[in-house]
Design a protein around this ligand. Sequence first.
Ligand SMILES: Cc1cc2nc3c(=O)[nH]c(=O)nc-3n(C[C@H](O)[C@H](O)[C@H](O)COP(=O)(O)OP(=O)(O)OC[C@H]3O[C@@H](n4cnc5c(N)ncnc54)[C@H](O)[C@@H]3O)c2cc1C
Length: 120
Amino acid sequence: MKRYVIIGNGTAGASAVEQIRKRDQQGSIKVFTCEKYPYYYRPRLPEYISGDSNLDKFTLHPLSKYEEWNVELHLGEPVTAIDPEKKEVTSRRKLLPKNQKNFPMMSSCFQQVQTVIALR
Ligand SMILES: Cc1cc2nc3c(=O)[nH]c(=O)nc-3n(C[C@H](O)[C@H](O)[C@H](O)COP(=O)(O)OP(=O)(O)OC[C@H]3O[C@@H](n4cnc5c(N)ncnc54)[C@H](O)[C@@H]3O)c2cc1C
């Protein structure tokens, strides 16, 4: 059985999951992302931030889809190191601060920089 580790769950990561599953239904897939939400449409972020849309409307796949695909989705868990020789990745589970509620799409990778708001 093949083991896949995907770092990032944006357009590239989410597409990789779909394409792998089309070709390999057995392999284990782990996805790591800084964000605490499954993949969402980046171009629709302004609608969400302005309150014209809600999370359900611009999330591509609900969490249940990842379960259906048997994909281990690690939300809010940045990868901190990759060891290609050992084929290992190290991740850090982050506790998201309460004030992130105001900007739920702010990547936890950037939290230490208070003046940066990442739109992605
Ligand atoms: C408002 C807006 C409008 C846009 N409109 C368009 C458009 O009309 N047409 C167009 O072509 N493009 C548009 N874009 C750009 C498009 O959304 C991006 O090009 C696209 O999202 C890039 O996808 P990606 O998967 O490469 O990266 P991203 O979407 O940036 O995803 C990167 C992923 O990697 C994760 N990550 C990063 N570091 C780590 C780590 N150390 N460990 C774990 N995970 C990590 C992040 O959490 C994230 O999930 C728009 C973007 C925005 C914000």
